[in-house]
Design a protein around this ligand. Structure first.
Ligand code: GLN
Length: 542
């Protein structure tokens, strides 16, 4: 029997609903249950693929090529369950499906309305592909009280009735602020938020109360009685130094026990959370620190590099060190000698990116890493920058560039309009829509015998996730390899360069894909583990 847990948020946004959902997922797994997490987002974009990372944070890509909300990254990192297309839906996606059906005449002349047509479509999204699972956790984006969340709340209210409490539970995440002038914790915002939910017919079964200090027992009881929830189901969720401590902290607050109690499942046995404890111990007491400069463009909004920051931390955990990230806006390296600021860092990473602005500075950072033998990791755009740097500075091709920035003499990085996925050919039009026109999702790469990446992965073939329009042009391979660069990973048909490296450098790797999307605290990605290990070595030199 599949049980559904619906997670809503109230009072303010950014309370960590995604992490709370992911933490509950991992706690249920530790109890021996299978879980799947999904997210419903109330905005009108069909997917987050065309949204600015400044506004919305990173776009998380799944194996099957869906461009999704970054919370799906939290779900995967905490539970290890790979998300897919079915796990993220937005208002835009649901409306486009319903409107497409209406145009086809599928509704047989009926008046098409929010209720029941949109709400039915939402219910279908929640229920599909859930056979055989013990738990499906469904997070509703946004904050209760927003106009645009209403169809979602109505749909989960109906589902609550149809599934009955034996199969449905409602969790609500709120804020309990401390008002320093009064010296008191305030429960009123929580009461109001629950009232908003009750107005649309949803009675939460559990409240997760974010707070910057312990919530005294009498305040818990007060929240319980005003909000019509059992006191044990008012879960204090205190601010904590590392997100990896969240599962243990929520367990200690009784979260998983109360969920199991709601579903009348046994909860007496303690789950084994020692794997999380080990990570928390390393995060709290590292054996050293390495400094990594991340040279990018969206450095003023850390959410735009969420998975990357996490993956670097995982690399640190694997090496028992803390990774200190220096976020550097690449544009500053356009000033003469400014790149010398990188002197003393233990590793340089150029992450994914779009557009020409800031590229000169990124290329300078690559040159610095290559010449000074500082460990270098180029991801997607970062690999493209490394190839352009090689072409311009080593292969004597000053006109080398990417057609992403307009026509150029030597398109060392260019638009490819078709490629193979398994036995099929996928195509894109040069002037096509921006939405969903990239090479997206998991593709295989074959690794060259004797290369550094082959050693790092310990395997001849890999699968990694992509999200890009442009490709390094294989026709320049000989010219570039003559400088010492190696194409050490290619698509199995040998057409698409996937990985480059310099064998005469301590650690210099560029990859066309996004390895950060598959790294997990309990299973750090080998490239991040290797990069940080190289940075640790470097830290002993400088
Ligand atoms: N802008 C580059 C491309 O589209 C790289 C994209 C990325 O780094 N994700 O190919």
């Amino acid at each position: 029997m599949t049980r559904f847990v619906f997670i809503t948020g109230g009072v303010v946004s950014s309370l960590g609903k995604g992490i709370a959902s992911a933490a509950l997922g991992t706690l249920l797994q530790a109890r021996g249950y299978s879980v799947r997490l999904r997210k419903l987002d109330p905005y009108l974009n069909v997917d987050p693929g065309t949204m600015s990372p400044y506004q919305h944070g990173e776009v998380y890509v799944t194996d099957d090529g869906a461009e999704t909300d970054l919370d799906l990254g939290h779900y995967e990192r905490f539970t290890g369950v790979a998300a897919n297309k079915a796990d993220n839906a937005t208002t835009g996606k649901i409306y486009s499906e319903v409107i497409a059906k209406e145009r086809r005449g599928d509704y047989l002349g009926a008046t098409v309305q929010v209720i029941p047509h949109i709400t039915d479509a939402i219910k279908e999204v929640v229920l599909r592909q859930t056979e055989g699972l013990d738990f499906v956790l469904v997070e509703i984006g946004g904050t209760v009280g927003d106009i645009e969340s209403l169809p979602f709340l109505e749909a989960i209210r109906q589902l609550g009735n149809e599934l009955t409490p034996a199969r449905a539970m409602f969790l609500h995440l709120t804020l309990v602020p401390y008002i320093s002038s009064a010296g008191e914790l305030k429960t009123k915002p929580t009461q109001h938020s629950v009232k908003e939910l009750q107005n649309v017919g949803i009675q939460p079964n559990m409240l997760i109360c974010r707070c910057d200090r312990p919530i005294p027992e009498n305040e818990r009881r007060k929240i319980a009685s005003f909000c019509n929830v059992r006191t044990e189901a008012v879960i204090p969720a205190l601010d904590i130094d590392t997100i990896y401590a969240v599962p243990i902290s929520y367990h200690e607050a009784g979260m998983d026990r109360e969920v199991l109690r709601h579903f009348q499942l046994p909860f007496e046995d303690e789950p084994d959370l020692s794997h999380w404890q080990r990570i928390v111990d390393i995060a709290r007491q590292p054996e050293g620190t390495v400094r990594i400069a991340v040279v990018g463009k969206y450095t003023n909004l850390l959410d735009s590099y969420k998975s990357l920051a996490e993956a670097l931390t995982h690399g640190g955990i694997a090496n028992r060190v803390r990774v200190q990230l220096d976020w550097v806006d690449s544009e500053i390296f356009e000033q003469p000698n400014a790149v010398e600021q990188l002197d003393g860092v233990h590793g340089i990473l150029v992450p994914g990116g779009f557009g020409e602005r800031g590229t000169i500075g990124k290329i300078e950072a690559v040159r610095f890493a290559r010449e000074r033998k500082v460990p270098f990791f180029g991801i997607c755009f970062g690999m493209q920058m490394a190839v352009i740097e090689c072409a311009r500075n080593l292969a004597n091709l000053p006109g080398a560039s990417s057609t992403e920035f307009g026509p150029c003499d030597i398109p060392i990085v260019g638009l490819l309009t078709e490629w193979a996925r398994g036995n099929e050919i996928e195509r894109r039009a040069a002037g096509g829509n921006l939405g969903g026109t990239m090479r997206l999702g998991a593709f295989p790469a074959a690794l060259t015998e004797g290369s550094l990446v082959r050693e790092v992965y310990g395997a001849p073939q890999i699968q990694e996730r992509h999200r890009h329009r442009y490709e390094v042009n294989i026709h320049y391979r000989d010219q570039l390899e003559a400088t010492g660069l190696r194409f050490s990973g290619l698509s199995p048909d040998g057409v698409l360069p996937e990985i480059i490296e310099y064998p005469d450098h301590p650690w210099f790797i560029g990859v066309q894909y996004h390895p950060e999307l598959k790294s997990k605290p309990l299973a750090p990605h080998p490239l991040f583990e290797g990069f940080i290990a190289a940075a640790v070595k470097q830290s002993r030199l400088v």
